[in-house]
Design a protein around this ligand. Structure first.
Ligand SMILES: Cc1cc2nc3c(=O)[nH]c(=O)nc-3n(C[C@H](O)[C@H](O)[C@H](O)COP(=O)(O)O)c2cc1C
Length: 278
């Protein structure tokens, strides 16, 4: 569950407690972050993920070009045309669901805030100005369950995080949406694995598009591989069914590739299955 999603920790726990991982975004007001961690504990969630690669908001030029904005209050001609071209979405937005609201943040925003005001509040709180190893130590003290750091690309950072006692590291460049010219996570992974692979659980995220990408991640030693956009595309195209379809496509590709490699079980994958192209 993203720290910027539109439902609550408590509702997620009602649907699936132990399998829900909550991704916390540090807030300027530290008591908010600490309260969210407490809520995750009370709800009995399975893992806490701390995203560390958003120290400042990036300038996403693609968004400027597309005139993308979170603020749906501004009615431009383009938006009106877009809305008319997508009647089902417009109906859901206007009648059924309304604007997505960062519900986890609602208790901290001024009382009776609507979804836009909660978003404004969120923007005053994140990205937090202080995001240091000390904060990670605090989260470690506050959270007894599995603590995972997301957004590490350098072996020395991986060593620091491991020394603080995190249970897992998601090697990620945030899908290339944060640091400009960041290395790809798959290129960064081997050095991190050499540094801390025997001390913590390593996971790979960013750029996973096909089953073969999943296989490469697993061969390198990732315990989990994550998809961001692929899942989003599925949801955008077909809602819940679209999400299921994304999983089906990736699973089929994974199975086909394993078969083509002559691998009969996923735990047979390892570095010996890879060949380095010079
Ligand atoms: C629309 C969108 C929203 C995202 N929101 C968050 C977020 O709230 N928290 C977070 O840690 N990462 C967020 N990410 C990054 C993803 O968790 C993930 O790291 C990234 O998408 C992986 O790369 P991929 O899209 O190439 O699979 C977001 C990514 C996208 C595309």
């Amino acid at each position: 569950m993203s720290g910027a999603c539109n439902d609550t920790i408590e509702n997620a726990a009602r649907i699936s407690r132990e399998t829900t991982w909550y991704q916390v975004y540090a807030a300027n007001n530290k008591s908010i972050t600490e309260d969210m961690i407490r809520r995750c504990t009370n709800a009995g969630l399975g893992a806490l993920v701390v995203t560390v690669d958003v120290p400042i908001r990036p300038k996403r030029e693609r968004n400027t070009r597309n005139r993308y904005s979170h603020d749906l209050r501004k009615l431009t001609a383009e938006r009106v045309i877009d809305a008319l071209c997508h009647p089902r979405w417009t109906y859901e937005y206007l009648i059924n669901r309304g604007a997505p609201s960062l519900e986890n943040w609602a208790p901290y925003a001024p009382q009776e805030s609507n979804s836009h005001e909660i978003l404004d509040f969120f923007n005053t709180q994140t990205p937090a100005k202080s995001q240091t190893w000390q904060e990670l130590e605090t989260y470690r003290r506050l959270w007894d369950g599995p603590l995972i750091v997301k957004g590490i690309l350098h072996p020395e950072d991986a060593i620091q995080a491991t020394n603080i006692g995190v249970d897992g590291i998601i090697v990620s460049n945030h899908g290339g949406r944060q640091l400009d010219r960041a290395p790809s996570s798959i290129d960064a992974f081997p050095a991190i694995s050499a540094a801390v692979g025997d001390k913590t659980t390593l996971m790979l995220d960013s750029g996973i598009r096909r089953g073969a990408d999943i296989i490469i991640g697993l061969c390198l030693g990732a315990a989990f591989v994550f998809v961001g956009r692929a899942a989003v595309y599925g949801v955008v195209a077909g809602g819940e069914e679209g999400a299921a379809q994304t999983i089906n496509i990736l699973s089929q590709q994974l199975d086909a590739n394993l078969g083509q490699m002559g691998v009969t079980a996923i735990n047979q994958l390892g570095p010996h299955c890879l060949t380095e192209l010079k």
